[in-house]
Design a protein around this ligand. Structure first.
Ligand code: 5GP
Length: 118
């Protein structure tokens, strides 16, 4: 797993430490860090070290990893004090608005969020 840490995107560079970024969380499977262009008072990303490009590319064998991202999102949200709630978003592909092709979970909170997100 460590051998394939990273990948070719900017998130790969962040994971490998080539772009200095403060991690809110790091373990053997993923990292979490604040989004550079926050859309809410709290907006961070949970990113697996395995460079799965998008959710559409995830395999059955990635099931535990995908679940792990959600539980890390929850833990960091708690750490950030989001006791009144928060939102997870996974953008997939062009129509999903995905810009960085390394799967990631957005976590947003700290204000009243509206629905639908648009
Ligand atoms: P996507 O549209 O792919 O779901 O979201 C990519 C997210 O990554 C965007 O919210 C964008 O602001 C964030 N982002 C892009 N480049 C960087 C970076 O270099 N550092 C950090 N911290 N966030 C980034």
């Amino acid at each position: 797993e460590i051998m394939q840490a990273g990948g070719d995107t900017i998130f790969g560079q962040i994971i490998r430490g080539e772009i200095k970024t403060d991690f809110l969380h790091e373990d053997d499977q993923c990292v979490a860090f604040d989004d550079i262009e926050p859309q809410a008072p709290v907006h961070f990303l949970v990113v697996p070290k395995k460079p799965v490009p998008r959710l559409s590319d995830a395999q059955d064998s990635d099931e535990k990893l995908m679940g792990h991202l959600m539980l890390v999102a929850r833990a960091v949200a708690k750490q950030k004090g989001l006791s009144d709630g928060f939102r997870l978003i996974v953008n997939d592909g062009p129509e999903g608005g995905q810009e960085v092709m390394h799967i990631h979970v957005h976590v947003m909170g700290g204000r009243q969020l509206t629905w639908p997100p648009g």
